[in-house]
Design a protein around this ligand. Structure first.
Ligand code: NAD
Length: 333
């Protein structure tokens, strides 16, 4: 949306304010696992940056929040350089934006596309390296290029197999989350111990995984879902996202079964409406739906930006307290 009142100069000042604030919130969220504002407040400010940068592309700098994945890694944890960057996801907040995204992707191909729709699990991204079927390394996304080594902690998560059912070498990626029930128990315990509660299950999961003492991770009852692999066509001999998920299950990896292949926007809307209605019944938090081009070979044609793949999008659920969204960061120009 173009703001007619903005000039290059005022846009620059506004961007600086927003960037400073967003980087501070990102540090609280990604590095300290302790956000001071709700996600929709962060999202609204982020969206304002996107709109200003769309209007004044010359103001986009490499250290803009829109050009970076996550934030810095915790100094106390060892570092892992990812073989292939771990990206974020672009997001949309309405049917209209979803339709525009689908049309843009479809326009790149002559044959009609299908998509795999999945729940967007509200946890933190993990990469798991299996060698000859054995789990040898686990790392967080970190800044997308360099993550934190959390191998000994991931060994404590019951859901994540130490050994696959086949002796293959593969890097898989997914989400570690804290089930809602475990989150309630943890915060009750913290209350009894006089400790501050975790803001939400996502931050509790991140705080529990990024620990120096894996005994603490063990007590926290984390769980996981795997949804991605590095080079899946060659390593796992699969052609689509739906087959990939099936293959993960055969290997003994935890897979969320609520995914569905959809052919068009109407089918996708039905899927999203149904899953949104079930949201409160689920044992874990979800913050949206992820839509992915189903045929893996087609993805390379779409590629990635520095931050997100172009072959997938997150449809985010509307915030529950909409009225507090608007203009949380006051202009001080
Ligand atoms: P994101 O969490 O919105 O989306 C990308 C991530 O989704 C992926 O990295 C992956 O880990 C995850 N994911 C879950 N299910 C998936 C699936 N089925 N398939 C693929 N990926 C799946 O993006 P982000 O860049 O990590 O974080 C942005 C979000 O974090 C925003 O929603 C923002 O509100 C929130 N945030 C909040 C604050 C705050 O202060 N409250 C600060 C920073 C970020």
């Amino acid at each position: 949306m173009t703001d007619e009142n903005l000039t290059l100069e005022t846009a620059k000042v506004r961007l600086e304010q927003l960037q400073t604030q967003l980087h501070q919130w990102a540090t609280e969220y990604y590095q300290n696992d302790n956000p001071s504002v709700e996600d929709h407040v962060y999202d609204a400010a982020y969206q304002e940056v996107v709109e200003i940068e769309d209007q004044f592309p010359s103001l986009i700098s490499p250290d803009s929040i829109t050009q970076q994945v996550g934030d810095q890694v915790k100094a106390e944890l060892s570092k892992v350089t990812h073989s292939v960057p771990m990206l974020s996801l672009g997001d949309v907040f309405s049917w209209g934006e979803l339709e525009v995204w689908m049309q843009g992707v479809q326009a790149q191909f002559s044959a009609p596309l299908d998509y795999n729709a999945e729940l967007k699990i509200d946890g933190l991204a993990i990469s798991l390296q299996y060698e000859n079927g054995k789990l040898v390394q686990a790392s967080t996304r970190g800044n997308g290029t360099i993550g934190e080594d959390v191998t000994s902690n991931v060994w404590q998560i019951q859901d994540i197999p130490h050994q696959l059912s086949e002796a293959i070498t593969v890097e898989v990626r997914g989400e570690i989350y804290m089930p809602k029930a475990a989150f309630l128990v943890l915060n009750e315990q913290r209350d009894r111990d006089g400790l501050a509660p975790f803001a939400n299950p996502r931050n509790a999961a991140a705080g529990s995984l990024r620990q120096l003492d894996s005994k603490i991770t063990k007590q926290r009852q984390l769980a996981g879902f795997i949804y991605q692999a590095v080079d899946p066509q060659n390593v796992l001999q699969v052609a689509t996202q739906a087959e990939l998920l099936q293959r993960f299950a055969e290997l003994g990896l935890p897979v969320n079964r609520d995914n569905q292949v959809v052919n068009d926007l109407a089918e996708l809307k039905t899927y999203i409406t149904n899953q949104t209605a079930r949201r409160d019944e689920l044992a874990y938090g979800i913050d949206g739906i992820v839509v992915k081009v189903n045929v893996l070979d087609l993805r390379s044609q779409l590629g990635n930006t520095v931050k997100v793949p172009r072959w997938a999008i997150a449809y985010k659920f509307p915030a529950e307290e909409k009225e507090t969204i608007l203009r949380e960061i006051e202009w001080t120009v």
